[in-house]
Design a protein around this ligand. Sequence first.
Ligand code: A3P
Length: 341
Amino acid sequence: MKFQSGHQATALEGEEWERQKTHWLGYTEGLVRFSPGGWVFPTTFTKFADKYYNFEFRPTDVLVHTWAKSGTTWTQEIVWTMRNNPDLNNPMADMNVNARAPFLEFDMFQVHGKKTNDNFLENFHRLCPGKDPANGIFLQMAEGLRDPRTIKSHLPLSLLPPSLLDTSKVVAVLRNPKDVIVSYHHHCRLLNTHGYVGSLDEFVQYFVDDDLVYSPYWLHVKEVWGKREHPNLHIMFFEDMKADIMKELRRLDGFLGTGLSDEQLGNVARHTGFSAMKTRAGAGDRAADHVNAEVMTKDGGFFRKGQSGDWKNKLSSEMEEKVNKYIEEKIKNIGVPFKFG
Ligand code: A3P
C-alpha cells in the first residue's frame, strides 16, 4: 500500500508478528511498518495516514509535537492555558485536555469495539454534531475546533504536512530516552489500547530494536533537530521544564507571542504543575475500563511520577547497557544536548 507521503506500508507478519501478538494484547488489528523510516503503527493508521499528511493546519495553530511520554500532556496544558486561560477563569478548562487540544492521530488506537474514555465520544458529538465517529473522533474534533487551536501529535514530521512549519507554530519537547522508556513501559501496561504484558527487559529490547509503536525514536528526534533553526519551531527539554518552569514559560511566551505578565505565567505554572494536573484528572485517571486496574493500583495512573531520572530506579545495569549502546550508535551523532543523566 502506497501513501501520499511517499511511504509504503507493510504488515508485520510471520514470526515477528507472532511474537508481538503475545506481548501486545491491544493491537488486535495488527501492526504495520511505514517505510522509508520503518515507523511502526497500529494497522488502523493506514486508514487515516493520508488525512494526517493532508491535515489543514492554520496559521493560528500550535502543534505540540513530541515522541510518546516526553511531557506532551503537560505541554498541551501549558500551551492551551497560556493561550486560553492565563487568568484561570475560562470554564472550558474543565474539559479533558485531549478534547480542548486534540490528539491528532488518536483514532488509530480506537479500533472497532474498543472502549475509550466515554467523555471523548460525548465531546465529539457536542463539538461535531451530525458527524460519523467512524471517520475519526479526534481527527474531526481537531478539524472542527475553532481558532486558536492547540493540537498534539507524536507523528514524525515526515508523516505530517510538509508545509506544517511554514504555516503553524510547533512546540517540540524532548526527554531523556531512558525516562521515556520507563514511562512508556508503564503507559503501555496501563492502557488497554496497548495491553502490554511483557517484561521491562523485553520492552527495552523493543525500544532498541525500533519496534515500538512510534519507533524509531532516534529518527523522530533527528527529524525535529534537523529543523531546529526554523523560526516556527520551539524545542524544550522535559528536564529543563522540571528544573525551572518559569524560565521555560518565559521563553515559550516569547515564542508564542502571548505577552503574559509574570503573574499570569505564575498562574500557568501552578495550574499545570504535576500535582495540580494529577488532582484535576481525578476519577479520569483512576478506575475506568480503558485502563488495567491492577497496574493502576500497583504502579500508578497516567500521572505516574512526573520526575527526571526515575530510570535509575527501574533499569537494571544490563538494560542500561543496551540503551547506552543505542544512544551511542543512533542518538549521539544527531547532536541533541540531552541530559542523559
Ligand atoms: P512519568 O511516567 O515519568 O511520570 P506524555 O504526556 O507525553 O504521555 O508524558 C507523560 C509523562 O509526563 C509521565 O511521566 C507523566 O507523569 C509526566 N507528566 C504529566 N504531566 C506532568 C506535569 N504537569 N509535570 C511533570 N510531569 C508530568
